[in-house]
Design a protein around this ligand. Structure first.
Ligand SMILES: [Zn+2]
Length: 267
């Protein structure tokens, strides 16, 4: 499932392709399970895309006439410039003659047009925490969030409220780097600062490697990210901890597979 580094890699490829282009035609899969995720997409027709930005795992493109295009890859969404296949959910014909295809096997992705900045129909985006690599992500405020909640730290990170864009992969990674047990409810100011630094480190490193590919995530050019072989904990249950060699343990926490080191990640 694409997280912030994967979405950022897609953004960096889409931005030069879409900036300044006008949308001439819009097509959406008529399958009954699809339409809710493509709210107001017909209004894209005739609009000019100024650039492709990002907030958390959302791609956001300002359009003319005070509108905004919001795109989310869901679990399996992929953008390509090529011919449609049975998994094509939407396509945009651009004024340079090319067609941008949105393929999505599992159908959790979405492409919506909204009035700029009005995200009431997209609650996760409306309540999104600060961008982790911006100055908005302040260690003091992050620490306050963590001391005030009584939720276990990993599910709390996944809520996107204390910080945007951290999903299952990078939550496991950051908690391993900061030596914090994923179910801990006692993350004090000192450990909160370590976690703040760790989140930035693992996300920046993954962006440099164009994200982590397991099965579905691909960039616009069809290539995989290179981060998978650099992971410390995620997906490595049973393997020795890279720090202390004790076998990493896999548990289910808040409904999500979670891997951690029982020896060096403290509750
Ligand atoms: Zn360890």
């Amino acid at each position: 499932m694409p997280e912030l580094p994967e979405v950022e890699s897609v953004r960096r490829q889409l931005d030069p392709e879409l900036s300044g282009k006008r949308v001439l035609e819009v097509w959406v899969d008529p399958h009954p399970m699809v339409p809710r995720q493509f709210q107001r997409i017909a209004e894209l027709k005739g609009r000019r895309i100024s650039c492709v930005g990002r907030r958390g795992k959302f791609l956001i493109s300002p359009l003319d006439r005070g509108l905004e295009l919001v795109m989310h890859l869901g679990m399996t969404g992929v953008f390509r410039f090529e011919v449609s296949d049975p998994y094509t959910r939407a396509s945009l014909t651009l004024d340079d003659g090319r067609r941008l295809i949105f393929k999505d096997v599992r159908r959790f992705g979405r492409i919506a047009v909204v009035d700029a900045g009005r995200y009431d129909t997209i609650p996760t985006l409306a309540h999104l925490g600060p961008e982790p690599l911006s100055d908005e992500f302040d260690p003091g405020r992050f620490s306050l969030w963590l001391t005030r909640t009584d939720a276990p730290v990993k599910p709390f990170l996944l809520s996107q409220r204390p910080v945007a864009g951290v999903g299952n992969i990078y939550a496991d990674e950051a908690l391993w780097v900061a030596r914090i047990h994923p179910a801990s409810r006692r993350v004090g100011p000192k450990r909160a600062r370590l976690l703040h630094t760790a989140i930035r480190e693992v996300l920046s490193a993954a962006i440099d490697r164009e994200g982590t590919t397991f099965s579905d995530y691909r960039m616009v050019n069809g290539e995989s990210g290179r981060n998978a072989s650099f992971l410390f904990a995620y997906g490595r249950g049973g393997e020795p901890c890279p720090r202390c060699s004790y076998p990493l343990r896999k548990i289910v926490l808040g409904g999500r597979g979670t891997t951690y080191c029982p020896r060096c990640q403290r509750y």
